[in-house]
Design a binder for this molecule. Structure first.
Ligand SMILES: [Zn+2]
Ligand SMILES: [Zn+2]
Length: 373
């Protein structure tokens, strides 16, 4: 009932009826709100404020991220209710703030999940992912609450937005955020033409990392996971070899595949002691391990192996301005995301999908919510 009233108010604006029928403060939208842990519902909320440098974006696609599923039950402390989650999105510009220069209503856009300030020392030196005033869309962690894109509209600053080419669909564009994490991890990893790499973890980000590290020049990419279905996807998306971690000794198999030395690099996309250990055991002396997985606050690492074999560990956080390259990689088909999309769903179907993903929906990868679909 409330909903139909709001629709009426919007259409009244278009047909220009007397101003007294239009109240700026009454504009509202549908959003999927985390009211309490594990309690998501579709509610009416005020449309977000649009500051002078912000874009109001009509959300056409927003992916459910693993971090949303982990945050949904309160275990990560990064989704303190009430909160609208959602940070992997694309849509059309509905309105622009007074000082916005590069975008107009109707433009097709995507945006970074990290809101960087552009003014701190780290932003100024080009490390926007390390911004001192960093906020992540769809996160509330005690220090801030930044509503995200599981809603009809989201407001984001112009400096994190990117134009989309016409031939890139909104649902593929919603995966650019995930692609950017993989591309940044590949950019952090010192590989050259012909290098070998092991990717431990073949979930969503792992499958993108396999593609990214291949594009970075690796001639041999070895994928590791426990799940045979994910490993099949890894093969489909370009892994040369796959190893099922509970069936074989991964480090030994990697050595066999790399002339007895171990791989030049390993990328860890899980975030646990055992998988980090697998990476460290799988690289050659002088090799590197890039840490992308970020689930456990603390893990144990084999100090003496790292020191005596002179390994280098890299942390890789979100992405650092790689969006334009990621858009090119998707547009050209160099990175494929369509095989990773499990389902497309309406906003109303969102809470149910959260429950199913939380319960470990078999074979599920990316579920795309289409709030205006
Ligand atoms: Zn995410
Ligand atoms: Zn900054």
């Amino acid at each position: 009932m409330i909903r139909s009233t709001q629709v009426a108010i919007r259409s009244q604006r278009v047909t220009i009826i007397p101003a007294r029928h239009y109240d700026e403060t009454s504009r509202s939208m549908k959003a999927m709100l985390l009211k309490d842990y594990k309690d998501l519902s579709i509610t009416d909320m005020p449309e977000p404020d649009v500051g002078p440098r912000d874009l109001l974006i009509k959300v056409q696609a927003c992916g459910i991220c693993g971090s949303d599923i982990h945050g949904y039950d309160g275990s990560t402390g990064r989704r303190v209710p009430p909160l609208v989650m959602g940070h992997e999105a694309a849509g059309t510009v509905a309105r622009v703030g007074d000082d916005v220069a590069g975008f107009q209503p109707g433009d097709r856009v995507t945006f970074d999940s990290t809101i960087s300030c552009g003014r701190c020392d780290f932003c100024r030196r080009g490390s926007i992912n390390l911004c001192d005033n960093r906020r992540v869309l769809g996160v509330s962690c005690g220090e801030y609450r930044q509503h995200g894109a599981f809603a009809e509209f989201v407001s984001v600053p112009e400096n994190i937005c990117y134009h989309l080419p016409d031939n890139l669909s909104f649902e593929h564009a919603a995966l650019i955020e995930a692609v950017s994490i993989a591309v940044h991890a590949a950019n952090r990893t010192p590989v050259a033409l012909g290098s070998s790499a092991v990717v431990v973890g073949s979930g969503m980000i792992g499958l993108l990392t396999i593609q990214a590290i291949r594009l970075a020049g690796c001639a041999k990419v070895i994928a590791v996971d426990l799940d045979a279905g994910k490993l099949q996807k890894a093969l489909d998306l370009g892994a040369d070899h796959v190893l099922q971690a509970d069936q074989v000794d991964v480090a030994e198999e990697v050595r066999k595949l790399t002339g007895g030395h171990g791989a030049d690099a390993a990328l860890e996309v899980v975030g646990a002691t055992s998988t980090i250990q697998t990476c460290i055991d799988s690289v050659r002396k002088g090799g590197s391990v890039t840490l992308v997985g970020n689930v456990s606050p603390k893990v144990e690492v084999p100090l003496q192996a790292i020191v005596s074999r002179e390994l280098t560990l890299y942390g890789s956080c979100a992405s650092n301005g790689e969006y334009p390259q990621c858009i090119e990689l998707l547009k050209s088909g160099a990175i494929k995301v369509d095989p990773l999309i499990t389902a497309r769903a309406s906003l109303d179907e969102g809470p149910d999908w959260f429950q199913r993903l939380y319960a470990g929906e078999p074979g599920a990868m990316k579920v795309i919510i289409q709030p205006n679909g």
